[in-house]
Design a protein around this ligand. Structure first.
Ligand code: AHR
Length: 523
């Protein structure tokens, strides 16, 4: 959650190193002795890394839509107004699911303003971000865009100032195949076949006092329940996402409990939102403290789901949709949320994905907030774009979609973050396995600012191959940023290393403040 300020490639270059444990480690001349162990056991699976964990979010906010993905009249845009250069960068992200239209924007949005001939769509004062909304990009434009990039559309209804009836009509407009008033309106607007929007959020951050139409948990649960019933009268197959906690400064546990109790037989997901920051300018605290906190939010919410389901022999499965997450602390409304990311923020992408992977049994959707210009990995001008440092880990982790997440066991050097005495491993690890290709991925974030850590990576259930593919982000300057014409400073390197797999393991040295993905094709 963030309160708006005004409201309070793997391209292997075969680098065959001498097959000694030290050289196998790769990059340090004089590696430290083995200090850590990472044990991988293919039988210890957590769950599927759902493809929807690589979702994104596109809100009507600043230059996310207008001037981001959509720029009518630009020589860079196609006949639909979609920026082609942006679409190419978005396609490389392989977006699995795209959330729209907000965010806070959703709580004041009337979707009926955004359909039909563009010239007759009304311009409205937009209440969430103090802007004017032209409505030239609406439901059909969004759904066409999602279709073009191959993403499942995910629509957030207005449960702030909106009505249940509007939500029901929206489902009818997008999903109804028979000749009804709203389905015929869709046909008149150029789309004959239903769009079949499967994923719908029952509002956005209604727990936050900054939200238009903010409600207490009881009032939200009542309206969300009725909206769920009404929307399913149109399409019984839709999947619904309840607002879970975004306002962690308030009684967020009480909010989740009330919502889950009321909606446990009606919703498929509960949403969580978290934005992290490095305001203390302490990279170890940033990468360790937030990881622990997100883990706590997920563990607690997962336990609350189980509590809500207790006594039901055959409960409706409910998963977590982490449908807003990112680093965000520098650019607020005045700057249109145009956050400039640095190298340590790129490392934080690994932190988030590692947590999501370790909870692959319950986190079945996650949406980076947001996709273009607004707290985003892609930044545009009228002439072009540049890629922020955060872009590259997102692309690389995305290659593990559909894999089985493995419960890796890690021991090694630790540190503490005051005032908590609880030790945190410097090595933040997740692992996944693709049975079809036998590819094993070991994802390691070394959170230490200064210390390279040599680990023995052990495979408990079989042999190891003679080489590993390495993707590594090891920035020389943690504060390095990108801009137009200069977006190559923080880039990953790739190589292939030979591994000395004496016994069932090999040694590898993870450089200080680095993110490494090892890929091993098991024999
Ligand atoms: O992503 C920016 C904003 O952060 C969203 O509009 C809102 O849901 C959250 O507070």
């Amino acid at each position: 959650m963030r309160i708006p300020s005004t409201r309070l490639l793997f391209v292997p270059c075969l680098l065959a190193l001498a097959a000694t444990p030290a050289a196998a480690a790769g990059q340090q001349d004089a590696p430290a002795p083995r200090e850590a162990r990472i044990k991988i056991d293919l039988d210890r699976t957590i769950g599927e890394v759902h493809p929807h964990v690589f979702g994104h979010f596109a809100e009507h906010l600043g230059r996310m839509i207008y001037g981001g993905i959509y720029e009518e009249g630009s020589p860079l845009s196609d006949a639909d107004g979609f920026r082609q250069d942006v679409m190419a960068a978005v396609e490389a992200l392989d977006v699995s699911i795209l959330r729209w239209p907000g965010g806070n924007f959703a709580s004041g949005y009337n979707w009926k303003d955004g359909i039909g001939p563009k010239a007759s769509r009304p311009v409205r004062v937009e209440g969430a971000w103090n802007a004017l909304e032209s409505n030239r990009f609406g439901t059909d434009e969004f759904l066409r865009y999602a279709e073009r990039i191959g993403a499942d559309p995910y629509i957030c209804i207005n449960l702030g100032l909106g009505t249940i009836e509007d939500a029901r009509h929206w489902v009818e407009y997008t999903n109804e195949s028979r000749a009804t008033a709203w389905a015929d309106a869709r046909r008149r607007n150029g789309r004959d076949a239903p769009w079949n929007v499967k994923y719908w959020a029952l509002g956005n951050e209604i727990d936050g006092p900054w939200q238009l139409g903010h409600k207490n948990a009881d009032d939200y649960a009542k309206v969300a329940l009725e909206a769920a019933k009404a929307m399913r009268t149109v399409d019984r197959d839709i999947k619904l996402v309840a607002n879970g906690a975004s306002n962690f400064g308030a009684d967020w546990i009480g909010w989740n409990r009330t919502v889950l109790r009321a909606l446990r037989n009606h919703v498929d997901y509960i949403a969580l939102h978290t934005y992290v920051n490095n305001r203390d300018d302490d990279v170890e605290k940033f990468l360790g403290g937030w990881s622990r906190r997100i883990e706590h939010y997920i563990d607690t919410t997962a336990a609350q789901i189980r509590e809500a389901q207790a006594g039901q022999p055959d409960p409706r499965p409910i998963h977590i949709a982490y449908d807003e997450w990112n680093v965000w602390y520098r650019a607020f409304e005045k700057e249109q949320l145009e956050e400039i990311y640095n190298a340590e923020d790129a490392l934080a992408m690994g932190m988030f994905f590692n947590v999501f992977f370790r909870h692959a049994d319950v986190v079945k959707m996650a949406n980076l907030a947001q996709m273009v210009n607004v707290i985003a990995p892609i930044m545009t001008s009228r002439e072009g774009l540049f890629l922020q440092p955060t872009y590259f880990p997102i692309v690389e982790y995305g290659k593990q979609r559909g894999n089985l997440s493995l419960d890796a066991w890690v021991s090694g050097p630790t540190y503490t973050i005051a005032p908590s005495p609880v030790p945190i491993q410097y090595l933040d690890v997740s692992a996944t396995y693709a049975p079809a290709t036998k590819d094993l991925f070991v994802n390691v974030l070394n959170r230490s600012r200064d210390r390279a850590i040599t680990a023995r990576v052990e495979h408990q259930t079989g042999d190891l191959p003679p080489e590993a593919a390495v993707w590594e982000l090891h920035p020389s300057d943690l504060k390095a940023t990108h801009t137009f014409g200069d977006d190559r400073k923080v880039r990953p390197s790739t190589r292939t290393v030979r591994i000395d797999s004496a016994g069932d393991g090999f040694s590898y040295t993870f450089p200080a403040h680095s993110l490494t993905i090892l890929r091993l094709r098991l024999p």
